[in-house]
Ligand binder design. Structure first.
Ligand SMILES: NC(=O)c1ccc[n+]([C@@H]2O[C@H](COP(=O)([O-])OP(=O)(O)OC[C@H]3O[C@@H](n4cnc5c(N)ncnc54)[C@H](O)[C@@H]3O)[C@@H](O)[C@H]2O)c1
Length: 303
């Protein structure tokens, strides 16, 4: 089993960088990389915060965990921060990744050029369909699931991407973990149970859309004529929309959801459940217009 094997950068954990800060580091890195490509030498916390879509006080706090405080009146050195954050995220080394389930989504992921430029090499594409074996996708021949364990061991892979139907995802996950995978990016719409020491991140675009639908519904409520709000309808409405100040929309994705797996298993790092995210977003809109819960990304950037 993979429980004793971890590729987490020990320094990150030992220095006690909060998960929410870790989740924002890629946002800073993306903004910094864009500045670096434009040969911008330094950046203020306010500028960088706006480019990354977080609040500047939170950014300064995040950078203090890295031991990076910037220079008063000058700001942060862009190149140094790129290096520092890349090192903290473990991106200064090459990470081989396997993708399991090479259908519509798996093929799209395989073709995505952004992995390689960020230090992730697609080492293998794996599918259960024997007819797909040997067929090239993005220039890589698909391999059958019978080979899964060998592929992982031969390539020293520690990160697996699951893009199979939901019904197969847990079984695929267990095989990946048994073969030595310790980090899983799960696109299948199901909650995976994994042993202690295995990290799971979940991507679910439909959850993001549902959160946007929540905000759309709220905006529609704000635009309703004032007299409708003061005069309650005779019968209860089908859906009640509470009027709150128009503020930041929130994606609230990709944050730790707490222990969700069965006893003895590690919690899946998951998108915030829709109800929680929507409720949190409504609460934030009323209380903290520009700041989400730790780690979330405001859809409306602070001015
Ligand atoms: N997270 C998101 O935002 C998002 C978006 C789109 C799709 N999805 C999900 O991604 C998954 C794939 O969607 P798709 O449209 O590519 O489906 P698809 O049917 O086109 O592809 C699924 C592939 O998985 C393979 N497969 C099935 N069982 C397998 C197993 N046990 N081991 C290895 N391979 C196996 C199939 O042979 C097929 O090639 C689904 O679960 C879907 O719900 C998620």
């Amino acid at each position: 089993m993979a429980t004793g094997r971890t590729h987490r950068p020990a320094t990150t954990r030992s220095r006690g960088i909060p998960e929410a800060t870790v989740a924002r580091l890629p946002l800073y890195l993306r903004a910094l990389t864009a500045l670096s490509e434009r040969s911008v030498p330094t950046v203020s916390s306010e500028e960088l915060a706006a480019a990354a879509g977080v609040n500047s006080a939170k950014l300064r706090k995040d950078f203090s965990y890295l031991g990076s405080y910037g220079t008063r009146g000058v700001g942060y050195d862009v190149e140094y921060l790129v290096y520092q954050i890349s090192r903290e995220l473990g991106l200064t080394q090459d990470w081989p990744v396997v993708i399991v389930g090479i259908g519509n989504l798996g093929a799209a992921l395989a073709n995505y050029g952004g992995f390689a430029s960020r230090g992730f090499r697609v080492a293998a594409l794996i599918d259960a369909d024997p007819e797909m074996a040997g067929r090239p996708v993005a220039g890589i021949p698909v391999q059958h699931t019978d080979e899964l364990e060998k592929i992982i061991s031969d390539n020293g892979v520690s990160i697996g991407v699951i893009a199979t139907p939901a019904g197969s995802a847990q079984q695929v996950c267990e095989r990946l973990v048994a073969a030595g995978i310790t980090s899983i990016l799960n696109f299948a719409p199901t909650v995976l149970s994994v042993p202690e020491g295995v990290d799971v991140r979940k991507v679910d675009l439909s959850i993001e859309l549902q959160i946007l639908a929540f905000h759309e519904q709220r905006k529609a409520g704000e635009e309703a004529p004032a007299e409708e709000e003061s005069a309650p309808p005779a019968a209860p409405p089908a859906a009640t929309v509470t009027k709150v100040p128009r503020a930041s929309g929130k994606t609230a994705a990709g944050q730790k959801s707490g222990a969700t797996g069965p006893p003895g298993t590690a919690a899946e790092t998951d998108a915030v459940p829709v109800a929680d995210a929507a409720g949190a977003a409504a609460g934030m809109a009323a209380k903290r217009p520009e700041a989400g819960p730790d780690g979330d990304v405001p859809a409306v950037m602070p001015a």
